[in-house]
Ligand binder design. Structure first.
Ligand code: HPA
Ligand code: ZN
Length: 324
């Protein structure tokens, strides 16, 4: 099984590039940019990665992102993730970034996108890895601020395939961003949103009905509604599930308690992703391995999960045919 997981060419659809910042790079950039970080060594950092919910993670994740300043920093961050893709046989990846985390610190939108883009161009040239970029609005901030971010993204429209919604879910429902998602759609962006990670399934209904998204990030709380499960199945709406993340953020008590096998057996369009691999103890293969070691998944299940990722990706139909 592990051999199959490693061997299969995969697509990743839910990966926050800031969440791939390994402690080693964090230290190197902190030193170079003379940014203070609250850790004395790598071990100290790893010890701090002991989360009790989404917010306790986000506090540390945003603090870590402070070390990213120059275009080269974003290049290096993205390039290190690409090397993990090579290791894990990920041949297509759709990368989230959080522009507001950087623009709030005085780092220009252009600096961020240009660094990421340059690494992705090199990934294609050197390894044939294809990719898309999705920018996320931070949902703990206002819709007004999301509108400002959308405005900043317009000159880079050709580089950004879609918009998403992340950060603190509880208390920040999709309905808060209805107007900015409508505008993003009019501008031609594809739409996704984190929904039903920690918050209840009403957030998933809002994301579907008010934001008109074409993929749900996480979505594991859908299991609490039979009606929603039936709808997600009928529509074959993709769910980008992130097992390691769900365990590290205590959405489920342990891997055996994860509901991914039930979601899959019901007939939902489930995919496996790494979310914030530097913080959640592993990249995509480790996510596959952890669930396959703890749940009664078959080899056919693994193949279905991998195929679902390609069919739910934003690549052209032509490329999709080639990959499938
Ligand atoms: N949930 C919400 N926001 C995030 C996450 C997540 O899992 N990772 C990075 N930002
Ligand atoms: Zn996420």
């Amino acid at each position: 099984m592990i051999d199959l997981i490693k061997r299969l060419p995969k697509a990743e659809l839910h990966l926050h590039i800031e969440g791939s910042l390994e402690p080693e790079l964090m230290f190197r950039l902190a030193k170079k940019n003379q940014i203070e970080i609250p850790y004395k060594d790598i071990e100290d950092v790893r010890n701090a990665y002991n989360f009790t919910n989404l917010q306790t993670f986000l506090d540390i994740y945003y603090a870590g992102a402070d070390v990213l300043i120059t275009q080269d920093d974003f290049y290096d961050l993205t390039w290190e993730y690409i090397l993990k893709c090579v290791e894990d046989n990920v041949i297509h990846t759709e990368i989230f970034f959080d522009p507001q985390t950087h623009t709030a610190r005085g780092v220009a939108f252009e600096t961020v996108i240009t660094g990421i883009k340059r690494a992705l161009a090199d990934a294609k040239a050197q390894y044939g890895i294809t990719s898309c970029i999705i920018m996320c609005f931070l949902r703990h901030l206002s819709q007004e601020e999301a509108f400002e971010t959308l405005e900043q993204a317009l000159p880079f429209k050709d580089d950004i395939i879609g918009v998403g919604l992340d950060s603190s879910e509880l208390g920040n429902p999709p309905s808060k961003f209805k107007d900015v998602f409508k505008k993003a759609k009019e501008e031609g962006f594809k739409l996704v949103a984190h929904a039903g990670e920690e918050a209840d399934f009403s957030y998933i209904y809002e994301a579907l009905d008010l934001l008109d998204i074409s993929r749900i990030d996480h979505g594991v709380q859908s299991i609490k509604s039979d009606e929603l499960m039936q709808r997600l199945k009928d529509e074959q709406m993709p769910l980008t599930v992130c097992p390691n993340s769900n365990i590290e953020l205590r959405v489920f008590d342990n891997y055996k308690a994860h509901n991914i096998k039930e979601l899959l057996d019901y007939g939902l369009n489930i995919t496996i992703n790494s979310d914030d691999p530097a913080y959640f103890k592993g990249y995509i293969n480790q996510n596959f391995i952890n669930i396959s070691e703890n749940l009664p998944l078959t080899e056919d299940d693994i193949i279905t999960l991998v195929k679902n990722s390609f069919r739910s990706s934003f690549i052209s139909d032509e490329l999709k045919q080639q990959y499938l």
